[in-house]
Design a protein around this ligand. Structure first.
Ligand code: M6R
Length: 366
């Protein structure tokens, strides 16, 4: 059932190229000229009317939402708030009549996310669910559904659900931007072509596995690790840190690279592993200056950047090179080495990779 893989998590990491391809399939025109989200029932008038979006989710799905916010704001220019479901439902969020609520849930059964969905529906708001389970409560109760075609995700640590959620959010961002006139046809085509290329790129990134296995073996005794990055790389750092904590039980913290010197830098001492994400060319110089700060305190820095950017070798101890894509799409690619890192760290420590202690696959308690 694990298809020859020692754990479901590794199988699911390797299924990502296919999962992303399946999620994109049928949702872009054959000539790649536009997104065709026929499964949602938002007409042009409504798509133009939405003036605010609230994304509500938990855990890894919340991390996908953070990337969603960045791309929806960048391309469609709609203000987006991203909220943790267990926080959102207990405060009084401010809505407009045309606020769209997007709930993201792999299982579609997470108690807090469902409670938030029900609450906003009661207030008359329109809800779009992004879920991986066709008949789930979220799918049944939302007004619109985008199903991610990741296939069953068995490992507690979410991997292919995240990358397919990103694919769905990219489609949505491009769709909104196109309909609302914020992207020209040529820009839409460029984005869709890049999206279309992601499965093949994801395939290539899987080849970084031996490098990460080796790194994980060297840091098997680590008690702490830090993930740093700016912009989308910060959202991704949060996901990298969560994954490492969840299955390797190594304490991990994600920090916006520019914020380190406001406190966390005090924790950087000789030999502490820092995973530095530098996938965003427009933020590259600034990120490097933060990398230099942690290096100066003795950190061991594993950097990640796009192929060809050998400049990073000057400031880090080791580099993972990622095939090039548009910066906005980089999270879907860059998350894969981080999944592999946590996987190999958990294996090296002899943990139950697919069923980490204290955690459940579907969190149906509040
Ligand atoms: O099924 P959901 O997407 O609603 O689940 C949300 C979280 O419980 C989930 O993403 C959790 O954080 C994962 N175990 C992380 O790997």
């Amino acid at each position: 059932e694990r298809g020859g893989y020692p754990h479901f998590m590794l199988k699911e990491i390797h299924e990502q190229p296919k999962a992303v391809r399946d999620t994109l399939r049928g949702r872009v025109a054959d000539d790649l000229s536009r997104v065709t989200l026929d499964d949602i029932h938002m007409d042009e008038a409504y798509t133009k009317k939405v003036d605010r979006i609230h994304i509500v989710a938990c855990g890894t799905s919340w991390h996908a939402g953070l990337v969603g916010k960045a791309v929806i704001e960048q391309y469609a220019r709609i203000p987006v708030d991203v909220e943790i479901a267990s926080e959102y439902r207990y405060r009084s969020p401010i809505f407009s009549e045309n606020t769209l609520v997007i709930v993201i849930s792999q299982s579609g059964e997470t108690a807090d996310t469902l409670a938030a969905l029900r609450e906003v529906k009661q207030q008359g708001l329109r809800v779009l669910a992004i879920t991986n389970v066709v008949g789930s409560s979220a799918a049944r109760e939302a007004d619109d559904v985008i199903v991610t075609w990741a296939g069953p995700e068995i490992a507690v640590a979410s991997t292919k659900a995240y990358t397919t959620q990103l694919a769905a959010l990219y489609l949505l961002a491009i769709h909104f931007a196109h309909v609302r006139g914020h992207l020209a046809d040529a820009e839409v085509r460029e984005l869709i072509e890049a999206l279309d290329g992601l499965p093949a790129i994801a395939e290539q990134v899987l080849d970084t596995a031996p490098q990460l296995e080796n790194f994980a073996a060297r840091y098997v005794e680590a008690t702490d690790a830090f993930f740093i990055g700016r912009g989308l790389d910060y959202s991704l750092s949060l996901e990298g840190a969560l994954k490492l904590k969840e299955i390797s039980y190594i304490h991990a913290e994600a920090y916006a690279a520019g914020e380190l010197k406001h406190g966390t830098l005090a924790l950087i001492t000789e030999g502490v592993p820092v995973i530095a994400l530098a996938t965003q060319p427009q933020l590259y110089e600034k990120t490097v200056s933060n990398i230099v700060e942690v290096k100066a305190r003795g950190a061991f820095v594993l950097g990640m950047t796009w192929v060809g950017n050998e400049d990073l070798e000057k400031s880090v101890d080791e580099v993972i090179y990622l095939p090039k894509t548009l910066p906005a799409l980089a999270p879907l690619v860059a998350v894969i080495p981080m999944q592999l890192l946590s996987y190999y760290a958990a294996v090296a420590r002899g943990n139950d990779v697919d069923k980490p202690r204290n955690l459940a696959k579907s969190v149906t308690v509040e």
